[in-house]
Design a protein around this ligand. Structure first.
Ligand SMILES: [Fe+2]
Ligand SMILES: [Fe+2]
Length: 269
């Protein structure tokens, strides 16, 4: 089965009295285009890996696209934008440094904006690329984190030292435990295979792998995940965890160096 044939992810959210549907549309090999829709059919989208599956989804659910938010400039998150806008005109919000045509720059300095009366906070979570933005909606308890964090893992370090990514991961870890994290790729199986091999003594990762495998058997995408679950079960968020430090024999290392070691091992996996 092709990834794009897997059913979209759905969840119902309560945005402080505003009913919202969260959706994640499978695109390309393993990308997810996330979005929110309200009861009146207005939709917000985060990233457009390709136009066709998103267009089909919006039409099938009779949604009017208001806004597109872009987490970072990699092609697999923006390639479908131009074509999608031809059939679903919408305001595009993206960091000015991404240089996307016809986009409105995001407010500077980690500010916020609103959609359908709901606040969306802008978080600088760079380190995967030179300019990564996560979008956090406190009222709905959801955060769209692009390629900074994945279930059981995190993005590759294409920009800057590991400290930069570690700082970004700490920002995500500091969100309330029940926050849903919506990430740009479905890498959970490989991430948990790595975690169980790298940390065979830690049953949390074996349990994570079992749950991801069950989702695969049921043809479900293992998403979204919560901050609380990932804080206890994502090695990239656990570089200051005593068991992780002990397992790696890095007792005197700083957390960012422990993180760098885990990230490096994952790249070589
Ligand atoms: Fe990326
Ligand atoms: Fe990506």
């Amino acid at each position: 089965m092709a990834f794009s044939d897997i059913s979209p992810v759905f969840a119902l959210l309560d945005g402080s009295g505003v009913a919202l549907r969260l959706f994640g549309v499978p695109c390309l090999e393993d990308n997810l285009a996330w979005g929110l829709a309200d009861a009146e059919g207005h939709a917000l989208l985060v990233d457009v890996p390709e136009a066709a599956p998103v267009d089909r989804f919006l039409r099938a659910h009779n949604l009017k696209l208001d806004r597109v938010l872009i987490t970072h400039g990699h092609r697999d998150h923006t390639a479908g934008l131009k074509r999608l806008l031809q059939s679903h005109p919408a305001e595009v919000l993206a960091h000015s440094r991404l240089g996307l045509p016809a986009s409105t720059p995001l407010p500077n300095g980690g500010g916020s904006f609103s959609w359908r009366g709901l606040e969306i906070r802008i978080m600088d979570t760079s380190g995967h690329s030179d300019c990564d933005t996560s979008f956090y909606m406190p009222a709905a308890g959801v955060c769209f984190c692009g390629d900074t964090l994945f279930a059981g893992g995190c993005g590759r370090l294409f920009a800057g030292p590991p400290e930069r990514m570690w700082d970004s991961l700490l920002k995500l870890r500091a969100l309330p435990d029940d926050t849903l994290l919506c990430f740009g790729h479905d890498y959970a199986l490989e991430n948990y295979r790595f975690a169980t091999q790298c940390f065979p003594e830690m049953p949390v990762f074996a349990e994570g792998l079992r749950q991801v495998e069950t989702a695969g058997v049921e043809k479900r995408i293992y998403a979204p995940v919560t901050v609380g679950e990932q804080s206890r079960r994502n090695p990239m968020l656990m570089a200051d965890h005593p068991e992780i430090i002990r397992a790696l024999g890095l007792d005197t290392a700083a957390p960012e160096d422990v993180f760098a070691e885990i990230r490096s091992r994952r790249s070589g996996f």
